[in-house]
Design a binder for this molecule. Structure first.
Ligand SMILES: NC(=O)c1ccc[n+]([C@@H]2O[C@H](COP(=O)([O-])OP(=O)(O)OC[C@H]3O[C@@H](n4cnc5c(N)ncnc54)[C@H](OP(=O)(O)O)[C@@H]3O)[C@@H](O)[C@H]2O)c1
Length: 260
């Protein structure tokens, strides 16, 4: 018996990295899973790999910054699977740059994707979750949402705002038995998040520098995050809402500076 037998989950950005691992973990626990993102070829390939039961997998192109696309994809999920129980707002982008050098365009695209994207999906999902008598929303934040990091100010701000928005939603929707929680990972390898900044060839060097900042001695894997998402999506956490779970090998406890 799976922990998510009979449940329907939508995972944004489910074609790669953390989202892919969450979709796979939910599928393995019995859920029907819908994944979306902007690249149809990537999604199709991931959907093929998730598992053999095609009746429990749906993929579609959907940009979280486009409300019409979000409405239409959500509708196709509900029509195909008969409802919605779990929403994972995982899609996100990261860019570097000092605050002084940040542009309106950078602020606009980061907030549109990392903050307003989850807001749109949460609001669109709300009536469907209510119809099922409740549900679980899991939003992907970051250590950058609660620890200030240099040259990442716009990303930090987008995730900090996501934390607050999610906690307000947890309070407002608790009466509907809809739980809203956040996962705040430290460095998670094997994803594409840093590719636009360093290029795939520069990423290993970036990772190597960051690994040492995690007191448990390693960076995270997408599966580490998927396990936490499963807990927050399942009945195991039925009395948990409004929580931001730091998932970072203890990095939030430590300073970024080397020990003296
Ligand atoms: N990796 C880390 O170290 C780390 C640490 C803390 C938090 N996080 C958070 O974890 C989440 C997943 O990141 P990841 O590391 O797995 O990176 P990733 O592999 O780049 O995954 C991000 C996914 O989001 C999708 N996406 C981006 N913009 C989108 C949009 N406008 N509409 C729909 N989908 C969009 C991308 O697919 P398309 O390009 O095809 O749209 C991609 O599949 C992000 O929210 C990130 O901020 C990651």
């Amino acid at each position: 018996m799976g922990q998510l037998d009979g449940k329907v989950a939508l995972v944004t950005g489910g074609g790669t990295g953390i989202g892919e691992a969450i979709a796979r973990r939910f599928y393995d626990e019995g859920a029907s899973v819908a994944i979306c993102g902007r690249r149809g070829d990537v999604l199709a390939s991931t959907a093929r790999d998730i598992g053999p039961d095609r009746s429990r997998i749906l993929h579609g192109v959907m940009d979280v910054t486009e409300i019409k696309q979000a409405e239409s994809f959500l509708q196709s999920v509900v029509e195909r699977f008969g409802g919605l129980d779990i929403l994972v707002n995982n899609a996100g982008i990261m860019r570097f740059g000092s605050l002084a050098e940040s542009t309106d365009e950078l602020w606009g695209s980061m907030l549109d994707t990392n903050l307003l994207g989850p807001w749109r999906l949460m609001c669109l999902a709300l009536p469907h979750l209510r119809k099922r008598g409740g549900g679980s929303i899991v939003n992907l934040s970051s250590i950058a949402g609660h620890k200030s990091l240099p040259n990442t100010g716009v990303y930090c701000t987008s995730k900090a705002a996501l934390n607050m928005m999610s906690q307000v939603a947890a309070l407002e929707w608790a009466c509907d038995n809809i739980r809203v929680n956040l996962i705040a990972p430290g460095l998670v390898e094997d994803t594409e998040l840093a590719d636009p900044i360093f290029g795939p060839e520069g990423v290993p060097e970036f990772y190597a520098k960051l690994r040492a900042l995690h007191p448990l001695g390693r960076s995270g894997t997408p599966l580490d995050v998927a396990d936490a998402a499963l807990f927050l999506a399942s009945e195991q956490s039925s009395w948990t809402t409004g929580v931001m779970l730091p998932l970072d090998g203890g990095r939030h406890l430590a300073t970024n500076r080397p020990a003296l």
